[in-house]
Design a protein around this ligand. Sequence first.
Ligand SMILES: Nc1ncnc2c1ncn2[C@@H]1O[C@H](COP(=O)(O)OP(=O)(O)O)[C@@H](O)[C@H]1O
Ligand SMILES: [Mg+2]
Length: 528
Amino acid sequence: MPAPIRLPPGCGKLLEEPLLYSEYQMRFIRARRQRFCLSCRTMGSMDEMGKFTCGKCGKEHNGRWGNLTAPRCFNRFLLLSGRGGGKTLIGAHAVREELMIKEAVWWVMSDTYKRLHDSTFPTLVGLLHPTWIRHWDPEHVEITLQNGAMVAFRSLEDPDRARGPHGVNGMWMDESALCPERSWHVGTPMLIKAGGVALATTTVRGYDWSYEQIERKALVYKEPGYWTAKWKTIDNPLFRSHPVMMAEIERARKTMTERLFREEYESERSNTEGLVYGEMIRKNVLANDDEVRKYIPEWPNIDPSRKVLVGVDEGADHPFGAVCIVITDRGLVVVSDYLERMKAHSAAHDDIWRKLGLYRWSEKSFFANKNALNLRLEWGLKGTGVAPVESRQEIGIQRVQSWLLSGKLKFAYTAPRTIEQMEAYHYNENYNPNSGEKKSKELVFKLKDELPDAVRYALMGFPEIPDPDAPGMSDAEQSRWDSFDEKTRWELDELKELRRARSNKGAELQPEEENYPQGNIYMHDELY
Ligand SMILES: Nc1ncnc2c1ncn2[C@@H]1O[C@H](COP(=O)(O)OP(=O)(O)O)[C@@H](O)[C@H]1O
Ligand SMILES: [Mg+2]
Protein backbone atom coordinates (compact mmCIF):
# COMPACT_ATOMS: atom_id res chain seq x y z
CA MET A 1 0.00 0.00 0.00
CA PRO A 2 1.46 3.42 -0.95
CA ALA A 3 2.24 5.76 1.92
CA PRO A 4 -0.61 8.23 2.54
CA ILE A 5 -0.02 11.62 0.99
CA ARG A 6 1.12 14.26 3.44
CA LEU A 7 -1.10 17.31 3.28
CA PRO A 8 -0.05 20.93 3.76
CA PRO A 9 -1.39 22.35 7.04
CA GLY A 10 -4.92 23.73 6.84
CA CYS A 11 -5.59 21.99 3.53
CA GLY A 12 -9.25 22.33 2.53
CA LYS A 13 -10.23 24.17 5.72
CA LEU A 14 -12.02 26.98 3.89
CA LEU A 15 -13.90 24.90 1.36
CA GLU A 16 -17.15 25.24 3.23
CA GLU A 17 -16.94 29.00 3.66
CA PRO A 18 -19.34 30.83 1.35
CA LEU A 19 -17.95 33.49 -0.92
CA LEU A 20 -20.45 36.32 -0.59
CA TYR A 21 -21.07 38.57 -3.53
CA SER A 22 -18.69 41.50 -3.80
CA GLU A 23 -18.87 43.59 -6.93
CA TYR A 24 -15.14 44.38 -6.91
CA GLN A 25 -13.99 40.83 -6.35
CA MET A 26 -16.28 39.59 -9.12
CA ARG A 27 -15.11 42.22 -11.56
CA PHE A 28 -11.58 41.03 -10.93
CA ILE A 29 -12.52 37.40 -11.51
CA ARG A 30 -14.29 38.28 -14.74
CA ALA A 31 -11.41 40.41 -16.03
CA ARG A 32 -8.91 37.67 -15.21
CA ARG A 33 -10.88 35.09 -17.17
CA GLN A 34 -10.94 37.14 -20.36
CA ARG A 35 -8.97 35.73 -23.26
CA PHE A 36 -8.36 36.66 -26.86
CA CYS A 37 -8.26 33.93 -29.49
CA LEU A 38 -5.46 34.74 -31.91
CA SER A 39 -6.82 32.36 -34.56
CA CYS A 40 -10.05 34.23 -35.16
CA ARG A 41 -9.30 37.40 -33.18
CA THR A 42 -12.26 37.06 -30.87
CA MET A 43 -12.60 37.68 -27.16
CA GLY A 44 -14.08 35.22 -24.78
CA SER A 45 -13.96 34.00 -21.24
CA MET A 46 -12.43 30.86 -19.77
CA ASP A 47 -14.51 28.80 -17.40
CA GLU A 48 -13.98 28.34 -13.68
CA MET A 49 -11.69 25.38 -14.40
CA GLY A 50 -9.33 27.58 -16.42
CA LYS A 51 -10.51 26.08 -19.72
CA PHE A 52 -10.91 28.26 -22.77
CA THR A 53 -12.59 27.13 -25.96
CA CYS A 54 -13.08 29.94 -28.43
CA GLY A 55 -16.79 30.59 -28.85
CA LYS A 56 -16.34 31.58 -32.49
CA CYS A 57 -13.84 29.21 -34.08
CA GLY A 58 -14.08 26.43 -31.51
CA LYS A 59 -10.31 26.19 -30.99
CA GLU A 60 -9.17 25.07 -27.55
CA HIS A 61 -6.40 26.93 -25.77
CA ASN A 62 -5.70 24.95 -22.67
CA GLY A 63 -2.85 23.82 -20.49
CA ARG A 64 0.27 25.54 -19.40
CA TRP A 65 1.01 27.16 -22.80
CA GLY A 66 -2.58 28.10 -23.65
CA ASN A 67 -1.89 31.81 -23.22
CA LEU A 68 0.43 31.72 -26.22
CA THR A 69 -2.41 31.03 -28.63
CA ALA A 70 -5.11 32.87 -26.68
CA PRO A 71 -3.47 35.50 -24.47
CA ARG A 72 -5.11 37.06 -21.47
CA CYS A 73 -6.83 40.37 -22.11
CA PHE A 74 -5.32 41.52 -18.80
CA ASN A 75 -2.14 40.15 -17.31
CA ARG A 76 -1.10 42.78 -14.77
CA PHE A 77 -3.56 43.11 -11.92
CA LEU A 78 -3.61 45.32 -8.87
CA LEU A 79 -6.24 44.97 -6.17
CA LEU A 80 -6.26 47.77 -3.64
CA SER A 81 -8.51 47.72 -0.65
CA GLY A 82 -8.64 48.76 2.94
CA ARG A 83 -7.59 46.23 5.58
CA GLY A 84 -9.86 43.22 5.55
CA GLY A 85 -11.39 44.26 2.24
CA GLY A 86 -11.04 40.71 0.93
CA LYS A 87 -7.89 40.97 -1.20
CA THR A 88 -6.14 37.91 0.16
CA LEU A 89 -9.29 35.83 -0.08
CA ILE A 90 -10.07 36.74 -3.68
CA GLY A 91 -6.38 36.47 -4.61
CA ALA A 92 -6.42 32.94 -3.25
CA HIS A 93 -9.61 32.08 -5.13
CA ALA A 94 -8.00 33.36 -8.31
CA VAL A 95 -4.83 31.31 -7.84
CA ARG A 96 -6.88 28.25 -6.86
CA GLU A 97 -8.74 28.58 -10.15
CA GLU A 98 -5.52 29.08 -12.11
CA LEU A 99 -4.14 25.89 -10.56
CA MET A 100 -6.97 23.94 -12.20
CA ILE A 101 -5.02 24.47 -15.44
CA LYS A 102 -2.92 21.36 -16.07
CA GLU A 103 0.75 21.80 -15.16
CA ALA A 104 0.34 25.45 -14.36
CA VAL A 105 3.15 26.91 -12.24
CA TRP A 106 2.40 29.72 -9.80
CA TRP A 107 4.54 31.67 -7.41
CA VAL A 108 2.91 33.17 -4.35
CA MET A 109 4.91 35.79 -2.51
CA SER A 110 4.74 38.24 0.31
CA ASP A 111 7.10 40.58 2.10
CA THR A 112 7.89 38.29 5.03
CA TYR A 113 7.70 34.64 5.90
CA LYS A 114 5.44 35.61 8.76
CA ARG A 115 2.80 37.17 6.56
CA LEU A 116 2.86 34.20 4.21
CA HIS A 117 2.48 31.91 7.16
CA ASP A 118 -0.28 33.86 8.91
CA SER A 119 -2.47 34.84 6.00
CA THR A 120 -1.56 34.16 2.39
CA PHE A 121 -0.62 30.49 2.73
CA PRO A 122 -3.54 29.37 4.95
CA THR A 123 -6.05 31.21 2.76
CA LEU A 124 -4.90 29.59 -0.46
CA VAL A 125 -4.23 26.15 1.03
CA GLY A 126 -7.61 26.31 2.77
CA LEU A 127 -9.22 26.43 -0.68
CA LEU A 128 -7.38 23.36 -2.01
CA HIS A 129 -9.29 20.12 -1.69
CA PRO A 130 -7.21 17.38 0.05
CA THR A 131 -7.85 14.95 -2.83
CA TRP A 132 -6.17 17.35 -5.25
CA ILE A 133 -2.78 17.16 -3.50
CA ARG A 134 -0.11 14.97 -5.06
CA HIS A 135 2.87 16.23 -3.13
CA TRP A 136 3.61 18.66 -0.31
CA ASP A 137 7.20 19.75 0.11
CA PRO A 138 7.48 21.61 3.42
CA GLU A 139 11.19 22.28 3.00
CA HIS A 140 10.73 24.30 -0.21
CA VAL A 141 7.15 25.27 0.67
CA GLU A 142 5.80 23.92 -2.60
CA ILE A 143 2.60 22.03 -3.38
CA THR A 144 2.05 19.86 -6.45
CA LEU A 145 -1.49 18.93 -7.44
CA GLN A 146 -2.74 15.76 -9.10
CA ASN A 147 -3.09 17.60 -12.44
CA GLY A 148 0.60 18.49 -12.35
CA ALA A 149 0.01 22.11 -11.34
CA MET A 150 2.48 23.49 -8.83
CA VAL A 151 2.45 26.41 -6.42
CA ALA A 152 5.56 27.70 -4.67
CA PHE A 153 5.50 30.11 -1.72
CA ARG A 154 8.34 32.60 -1.34
CA SER A 155 8.95 35.37 1.14
CA LEU A 156 10.68 38.46 -0.12
CA GLU A 157 12.97 39.49 2.71
CA ASP A 158 15.47 39.24 -0.10
CA PRO A 159 13.89 40.73 -3.26
CA ASP A 160 15.96 38.45 -5.45
CA ARG A 161 14.00 35.51 -4.17
CA ALA A 162 11.34 36.55 -6.69
CA ARG A 163 13.64 35.25 -9.41
CA GLY A 164 12.26 31.97 -10.68
CA PRO A 165 12.48 29.66 -13.66
CA HIS A 166 11.22 30.73 -17.05
CA GLY A 167 7.76 29.65 -18.07
CA VAL A 168 5.98 30.45 -14.81
CA ASN A 169 2.24 30.99 -15.42
CA GLY A 170 1.62 33.47 -12.72
CA MET A 171 2.85 35.29 -9.68
CA TRP A 172 0.88 36.76 -6.84
CA MET A 173 2.37 39.31 -4.50
CA ASP A 174 0.28 39.78 -1.38
CA GLU A 175 0.67 43.09 0.50
CA SER A 176 2.80 44.25 -2.39
CA ALA A 177 3.27 47.76 -0.97
CA LEU A 178 5.43 46.14 1.69
CA CYS A 179 7.39 44.12 -0.85
CA PRO A 180 10.37 45.75 -2.50
CA GLU A 181 9.68 47.16 -5.95
CA ARG A 182 12.72 45.27 -7.15
CA SER A 183 10.99 41.97 -6.60
CA TRP A 184 8.29 42.97 -9.09
CA HIS A 185 10.92 43.62 -11.73
CA VAL A 186 12.86 40.51 -10.84
CA GLY A 187 9.71 38.39 -10.91
CA THR A 188 7.86 39.51 -14.04
CA PRO A 189 10.47 38.26 -16.58
CA MET A 190 9.77 34.66 -15.57
CA LEU A 191 6.24 35.18 -16.94
CA ILE A 192 7.31 36.01 -20.49
CA LYS A 193 7.69 32.49 -21.81
CA ALA A 194 4.18 31.35 -20.91
CA GLY A 195 2.43 34.71 -21.32
CA GLY A 196 1.80 34.64 -17.58
CA VAL A 197 -0.20 36.77 -15.20
CA ALA A 198 1.04 38.97 -12.35
CA LEU A 199 -1.25 39.90 -9.50
CA ALA A 200 -0.48 42.36 -6.72
CA THR A 201 -2.86 42.82 -3.81
CA THR A 202 -2.25 45.43 -1.17
CA THR A 203 -3.31 48.08 1.27
CA VAL A 204 -1.86 51.35 0.00
CA ARG A 205 1.15 53.03 1.54
CA GLY A 206 1.04 56.52 0.12
CA TYR A 207 2.26 56.46 -3.44
CA ASP A 208 3.98 53.11 -3.14
CA TRP A 209 5.47 51.51 -6.26
CA SER A 210 2.22 49.84 -7.28
CA TYR A 211 0.89 53.29 -8.19
CA GLU A 212 3.47 53.89 -10.86
CA GLN A 213 3.91 50.30 -11.99
CA ILE A 214 0.28 49.29 -12.27
CA GLU A 215 -2.42 51.67 -11.08
CA ARG A 216 -1.63 54.65 -13.25
CA LYS A 217 -1.00 52.43 -16.26
CA ALA A 218 -4.42 50.88 -15.78
CA LEU A 219 -6.47 53.86 -14.72
CA VAL A 220 -4.74 56.94 -16.09
CA TYR A 221 -2.95 55.81 -19.24
CA LYS A 222 -5.20 52.84 -19.95
CA GLU A 223 -2.28 50.74 -21.13
CA PRO A 224 -3.36 47.40 -22.54
CA GLY A 225 -3.08 44.48 -20.17
CA TYR A 226 -3.22 46.50 -16.94
CA TRP A 227 -6.18 46.24 -14.61
CA THR A 228 -6.82 47.80 -11.21
CA ALA A 229 -9.67 47.82 -8.74
CA LYS A 230 -9.89 49.81 -5.55
CA TRP A 231 -12.37 49.41 -2.73
CA LYS A 232 -12.90 50.09 0.94
CA THR A 233 -12.93 47.87 3.98
CA ILE A 234 -16.68 48.44 4.37
CA ASP A 235 -17.23 46.99 0.89
CA ASN A 236 -16.41 43.56 2.32
CA PRO A 237 -19.79 41.81 2.12
CA LEU A 238 -19.09 39.84 5.27
CA PHE A 239 -18.50 43.00 7.30
CA ARG A 240 -21.44 44.75 5.71
CA SER A 241 -23.77 42.06 6.87
CA HIS A 242 -22.58 42.26 10.45
CA PRO A 243 -23.35 45.14 12.86
CA VAL A 244 -20.52 44.21 15.22
CA MET A 245 -17.98 44.30 12.43
CA MET A 246 -19.35 47.58 11.11
CA ALA A 247 -19.10 49.05 14.61
CA GLU A 248 -15.43 48.06 14.74
CA ILE A 249 -14.76 49.95 11.54
CA GLU A 250 -16.61 52.97 12.89
CA ARG A 251 -14.48 52.84 16.00
CA ALA A 252 -11.34 52.79 13.92
CA ARG A 253 -12.56 55.85 12.06
CA LYS A 254 -12.93 57.71 15.34
CA THR A 255 -9.63 56.66 16.86
CA MET A 256 -7.30 57.09 13.89
CA THR A 257 -6.12 60.21 12.18
CA GLU A 258 -8.21 60.90 9.14
CA ARG A 259 -5.27 60.35 6.89
CA LEU A 260 -4.37 56.97 8.34
CA PHE A 261 -7.98 55.85 8.23
CA ARG A 262 -8.22 56.84 4.60
CA GLU A 263 -5.14 54.81 3.79
CA GLU A 264 -5.82 51.78 5.92
CA TYR A 265 -9.56 51.47 5.46
CA GLU A 266 -10.40 53.29 2.27
CA SER A 267 -7.30 52.63 0.16
CA GLU A 268 -6.87 56.32 -0.56
CA ARG A 269 -3.31 57.16 -1.33
CA SER A 270 -2.11 60.21 0.50
CA ASN A 271 1.21 61.83 0.82
CA THR A 272 0.64 65.06 2.67
CA GLU A 273 4.32 65.79 3.24
CA GLY A 274 5.03 65.61 -0.44
CA LEU A 275 2.06 67.60 -1.68
CA VAL A 276 2.74 70.68 -3.77
CA TYR A 277 -0.53 72.54 -3.14
CA GLY A 278 -2.34 70.16 -0.77
CA GLU A 279 -4.79 71.82 1.58
CA MET A 280 -4.71 75.07 -0.36
CA ILE A 281 -6.86 73.53 -3.06
CA ARG A 282 -9.83 72.55 -0.87
CA LYS A 283 -9.89 76.05 0.56
CA ASN A 284 -10.28 77.52 -2.88
CA VAL A 285 -13.01 75.29 -4.20
CA LEU A 286 -16.33 76.91 -5.06
CA ALA A 287 -18.54 74.00 -4.20
CA ASN A 288 -21.93 75.11 -5.56
CA ASP A 289 -23.65 77.62 -7.81
CA ASP A 290 -24.09 80.18 -5.05
CA GLU A 291 -20.40 80.17 -4.29
CA VAL A 292 -19.49 80.53 -7.94
CA ARG A 293 -21.92 83.45 -8.25
CA LYS A 294 -19.88 85.42 -5.74
CA TYR A 295 -17.25 85.55 -8.44
CA ILE A 296 -19.35 85.29 -11.57
CA PRO A 297 -22.78 86.80 -10.71
CA GLU A 298 -24.34 85.76 -14.03
CA TRP A 299 -23.33 82.07 -13.48
CA PRO A 300 -23.99 79.61 -15.07
CA ASN A 301 -24.46 81.70 -18.21
CA ILE A 302 -21.08 83.35 -18.19
CA ASP A 303 -21.06 86.71 -19.94
CA PRO A 304 -19.31 86.14 -23.32
CA SER A 305 -17.52 89.46 -23.01
CA ARG A 306 -15.47 88.20 -20.06
CA LYS A 307 -11.83 87.45 -20.69
CA VAL A 308 -10.69 83.87 -20.37
CA LEU A 309 -7.35 82.11 -20.15
CA VAL A 310 -6.88 78.66 -21.59
CA GLY A 311 -3.91 76.64 -20.37
CA VAL A 312 -2.98 73.63 -22.48
CA ASP A 313 -0.76 70.67 -21.66
CA GLU A 314 -0.11 68.70 -24.82
CA GLY A 315 -0.36 64.96 -24.63
CA ALA A 316 2.24 63.06 -26.56
CA ASP A 317 2.64 60.03 -24.31
CA HIS A 318 0.06 61.01 -21.72
CA PRO A 319 -3.44 62.52 -21.73
CA PHE A 320 -4.11 65.94 -23.22
CA GLY A 321 -5.12 68.44 -20.57
CA ALA A 322 -6.66 71.90 -20.80
CA VAL A 323 -8.32 74.29 -18.38
CA CYS A 324 -10.55 77.27 -18.95
CA ILE A 325 -10.09 80.13 -16.47
CA VAL A 326 -12.41 83.12 -16.27
CA ILE A 327 -10.92 86.43 -15.17
CA THR A 328 -13.12 88.24 -12.68
CA ASP A 329 -12.46 91.31 -10.58
CA ARG A 330 -12.21 89.15 -7.46
CA GLY A 331 -9.78 86.65 -8.90
CA LEU A 332 -9.38 83.85 -11.39
CA VAL A 333 -11.91 81.04 -11.56
CA VAL A 334 -11.17 77.70 -13.21
CA VAL A 335 -14.57 76.84 -14.66
CA SER A 336 -13.97 73.78 -16.81
CA ASP A 337 -11.36 71.25 -17.74
CA TYR A 338 -10.50 68.76 -20.46
CA LEU A 339 -8.61 65.52 -20.07
CA GLU A 340 -8.43 63.03 -22.92
CA ARG A 341 -6.00 60.33 -23.77
CA MET A 342 -3.78 60.17 -26.83
CA LYS A 343 -5.33 62.70 -29.14
CA ALA A 344 -3.46 64.17 -32.09
CA HIS A 345 -2.84 67.90 -31.65
CA SER A 346 -5.32 68.87 -34.32
CA ALA A 347 -8.03 66.50 -33.11
CA ALA A 348 -7.52 67.70 -29.55
CA HIS A 349 -7.88 71.27 -30.78
CA ASP A 350 -11.40 70.79 -32.07
CA ASP A 351 -12.37 68.64 -29.14
CA ILE A 352 -11.15 71.21 -26.62
CA TRP A 353 -12.90 74.07 -28.40
CA ARG A 354 -16.10 72.11 -28.37
CA LYS A 355 -15.98 70.64 -24.90
CA LEU A 356 -14.81 73.81 -23.20
CA GLY A 357 -17.29 75.83 -25.28
CA LEU A 358 -14.60 78.25 -26.34
CA TYR A 359 -16.57 79.66 -29.26
CA ARG A 360 -18.67 81.81 -27.00
CA TRP A 361 -15.87 83.96 -25.72
CA SER A 362 -14.39 86.66 -27.90
CA GLU A 363 -11.43 87.47 -25.70
CA LYS A 364 -9.40 84.41 -24.94
CA SER A 365 -5.70 83.71 -24.70
CA PHE A 366 -4.07 80.31 -24.99
CA PHE A 367 -0.89 79.30 -23.23
CA ALA A 368 1.33 76.24 -23.39
CA ASN A 369 4.83 75.12 -22.53
CA LYS A 370 7.34 77.01 -24.63
CA ASN A 371 8.81 73.68 -25.73
CA ALA A 372 5.51 72.54 -27.22
CA LEU A 373 6.46 73.64 -30.73
CA ASN A 374 4.28 71.21 -32.63
CA LEU A 375 1.25 72.10 -30.62
CA ARG A 376 1.70 75.78 -31.37
CA LEU A 377 2.29 75.11 -35.02
CA GLU A 378 -0.66 72.79 -35.52
CA TRP A 379 -3.06 74.90 -33.51
CA GLY A 380 -1.78 77.98 -35.32
CA LEU A 381 -2.75 76.39 -38.63
CA LYS A 382 -6.23 76.00 -37.20
CA GLY A 383 -6.33 79.67 -36.31
CA THR A 384 -5.64 79.34 -32.59
CA GLY A 385 -2.57 81.22 -31.49
CA VAL A 386 -0.92 79.66 -28.47
CA ALA A 387 1.52 81.79 -26.51
CA PRO A 388 4.63 80.01 -25.24
CA VAL A 389 5.37 80.33 -21.55
CA GLU A 390 8.24 79.52 -19.24
CA SER A 391 8.20 75.83 -18.57
CA ARG A 392 10.35 75.50 -15.49
CA GLN A 393 8.33 73.95 -12.70
CA GLU A 394 9.93 75.84 -9.81
CA ILE A 395 8.94 79.21 -11.19
CA GLY A 396 5.46 78.17 -12.26
CA ILE A 397 4.64 76.42 -9.02
CA GLN A 398 5.64 79.48 -7.04
CA ARG A 399 3.34 81.58 -9.16
CA VAL A 400 0.41 79.22 -8.66
CA GLN A 401 1.10 79.03 -4.93
CA SER A 402 1.05 82.77 -4.57
CA TRP A 403 -2.32 82.94 -6.31
CA LEU A 404 -3.66 80.22 -4.05
CA LEU A 405 -2.30 81.81 -0.90
CA SER A 406 -3.84 85.14 -1.75
CA GLY A 407 -7.16 83.30 -2.17
CA LYS A 408 -7.56 84.58 -5.70
CA LEU A 409 -7.37 81.36 -7.65
CA LYS A 410 -10.65 79.48 -7.37
CA PHE A 411 -11.89 76.17 -8.71
CA ALA A 412 -15.54 75.86 -9.61
CA TYR A 413 -17.09 72.49 -8.82
CA THR A 414 -17.53 72.11 -12.57
CA ALA A 415 -13.78 71.39 -12.93
CA PRO A 416 -13.58 68.27 -10.72
CA ARG A 417 -10.61 66.67 -12.43
CA THR A 418 -8.55 69.79 -11.99
CA ILE A 419 -9.43 69.84 -8.30
CA GLU A 420 -8.47 66.20 -7.96
CA GLN A 421 -5.18 66.48 -9.79
CA MET A 422 -4.22 69.73 -8.06
CA GLU A 423 -4.79 68.09 -4.69
CA ALA A 424 -2.78 64.99 -5.53
CA TYR A 425 0.06 66.84 -7.26
CA HIS A 426 3.13 65.88 -5.32
CA TYR A 427 6.87 66.14 -5.25
CA ASN A 428 9.10 63.34 -6.33
CA GLU A 429 10.09 61.17 -3.43
CA ASN A 430 13.71 62.07 -3.87
CA TYR A 431 13.04 65.77 -3.75
CA ASN A 432 12.82 67.48 -0.42
CA PRO A 433 10.78 70.67 -0.76
CA ASN A 434 11.94 71.96 2.62
CA SER A 435 15.64 71.83 2.02
CA GLY A 436 15.15 72.34 -1.70
CA GLU A 437 17.59 69.53 -2.21
CA LYS A 438 17.23 68.06 -5.65
CA LYS A 439 18.44 64.66 -6.54
CA SER A 440 16.74 64.19 -9.84
CA LYS A 441 15.95 66.36 -12.78
CA GLU A 442 12.22 66.23 -12.31
CA LEU A 443 10.97 68.24 -9.40
CA VAL A 444 7.42 66.99 -9.41
CA PHE A 445 6.18 63.49 -9.88
CA LYS A 446 5.15 63.26 -13.53
CA LEU A 447 1.86 61.55 -12.96
CA LYS A 448 -1.62 62.93 -13.30
CA ASP A 449 -0.07 66.31 -13.72
CA GLU A 450 -1.76 67.35 -16.96
CA LEU A 451 -4.24 69.76 -15.40
CA PRO A 452 -1.84 71.24 -12.80
CA ASP A 453 0.50 71.90 -15.72
CA ALA A 454 -2.27 73.51 -17.73
CA VAL A 455 -3.14 75.77 -14.78
CA ARG A 456 0.51 76.64 -14.35
CA TYR A 457 0.93 77.63 -17.99
CA ALA A 458 -2.19 79.79 -17.91
CA LEU A 459 -0.98 81.64 -14.83
CA MET A 460 2.49 82.09 -16.28
CA GLY A 461 0.89 83.70 -19.29
CA PHE A 462 -1.43 85.97 -17.36
CA PRO A 463 0.49 89.20 -16.93
CA GLU A 464 -0.65 89.84 -13.38
CA ILE A 465 0.56 88.72 -10.03
CA PRO A 466 -1.69 88.70 -7.00
CA ASP A 467 -0.75 91.13 -4.28
CA PRO A 468 0.27 88.85 -1.42
CA ASP A 469 -0.44 91.60 1.12
CA ALA A 470 -3.98 92.08 -0.09
CA PRO A 471 -6.07 89.04 0.75
CA GLY A 472 -9.22 88.50 -1.28
CA MET A 473 -12.22 90.46 -0.16
CA SER A 474 -14.53 88.90 2.36
CA ASP A 475 -18.16 88.60 1.31
CA ALA A 476 -19.11 91.68 3.32
CA GLU A 477 -16.33 93.69 1.75
CA GLN A 478 -17.34 92.46 -1.64
CA SER A 479 -20.95 93.52 -1.29
CA ARG A 480 -19.80 96.95 -0.10
CA TRP A 481 -17.55 97.16 -3.09
CA ASP A 482 -20.39 96.13 -5.39
CA SER A 483 -22.58 98.88 -3.99
CA PHE A 484 -20.15 101.61 -5.04
CA ASP A 485 -20.78 103.31 -8.32
CA GLU A 486 -18.41 102.88 -11.23
CA LYS A 487 -16.58 106.15 -10.60
CA THR A 488 -15.92 105.50 -6.92
CA ARG A 489 -14.58 102.03 -7.73
CA TRP A 490 -12.31 103.50 -10.36
CA GLU A 491 -10.99 106.09 -7.91
CA LEU A 492 -10.38 103.48 -5.25
CA ASP A 493 -8.56 101.31 -7.74
CA GLU A 494 -6.36 104.22 -8.74
CA LEU A 495 -5.56 104.89 -5.09
CA LYS A 496 -4.67 101.26 -4.50
CA GLU A 497 -2.50 101.25 -7.60
CA LEU A 498 -0.69 104.36 -6.39
CA ARG A 499 -0.07 102.85 -2.99
CA ARG A 500 1.19 99.65 -4.53
CA ALA A 501 3.54 101.53 -6.85
CA ARG A 502 5.01 103.45 -3.92
CA SER A 503 5.65 100.42 -1.82
CA ASN A 504 6.79 98.27 -4.71
CA LYS A 505 9.57 96.11 -3.40
CA GLY A 506 10.41 94.87 -6.88
CA ALA A 507 10.61 91.25 -5.87
CA GLU A 508 8.82 89.90 -8.91
CA LEU A 509 9.69 90.50 -12.51
CA GLN A 510 7.21 92.76 -14.26
CA PRO A 511 5.67 91.82 -17.61
CA GLU A 512 7.39 94.58 -19.54
CA GLU A 513 10.81 93.60 -18.21
CA GLU A 514 13.20 91.45 -20.14
CA ASN A 515 13.27 87.80 -19.02
CA TYR A 516 9.65 87.94 -17.94
CA PRO A 517 8.74 84.25 -18.10
CA GLN A 518 5.66 84.62 -20.23
CA GLY A 519 7.69 84.80 -23.46
CA ASN A 520 6.26 86.60 -26.42
CA ILE A 521 2.54 86.59 -25.90
CA TYR A 522 1.83 88.01 -29.33
CA MET A 523 3.90 85.53 -31.17
CA HIS A 524 0.77 83.80 -32.38
CA ASP A 525 0.16 86.63 -34.86
CA GLU A 526 2.99 85.23 -36.90
CA LEU A 527 1.27 81.92 -37.16
CA TYR A 528 -1.78 83.05 -39.05
N1 LIG B 1 -16.66 37.85 -0.60
C1 LIG B 1 -16.48 37.43 0.66
N2 LIG B 1 -17.36 36.58 1.25
C2 LIG B 1 -17.17 36.15 2.51
N3 LIG B 1 -16.15 36.50 3.30
C3 LIG B 1 -15.24 37.34 2.79
C4 LIG B 1 -15.36 37.86 1.46
N4 LIG B 1 -14.30 38.67 1.23
C5 LIG B 1 -13.56 38.66 2.35
N5 LIG B 1 -14.11 37.88 3.29
C6 LIG B 1 -13.59 37.60 4.64
O1 LIG B 1 -13.20 38.84 5.22
C7 LIG B 1 -12.00 38.68 5.97
C8 LIG B 1 -10.93 39.61 5.46
O2 LIG B 1 -10.55 39.22 4.15
P1 LIG B 1 -9.03 39.22 3.67
O3 LIG B 1 -9.01 38.60 2.33
O4 LIG B 1 -8.14 38.63 4.70
O5 LIG B 1 -8.79 40.78 3.58
P2 LIG B 1 -7.49 41.60 3.15
O6 LIG B 1 -6.51 40.63 2.60
O7 LIG B 1 -8.03 42.55 2.13
O8 LIG B 1 -7.02 42.30 4.36
C9 LIG B 1 -11.61 37.23 5.86
O9 LIG B 1 -12.09 36.54 6.96
C10 LIG B 1 -12.32 36.77 4.60
O10 LIG B 1 -12.60 35.39 4.63
MG1 LIG C 1 -4.59 40.24 3.26
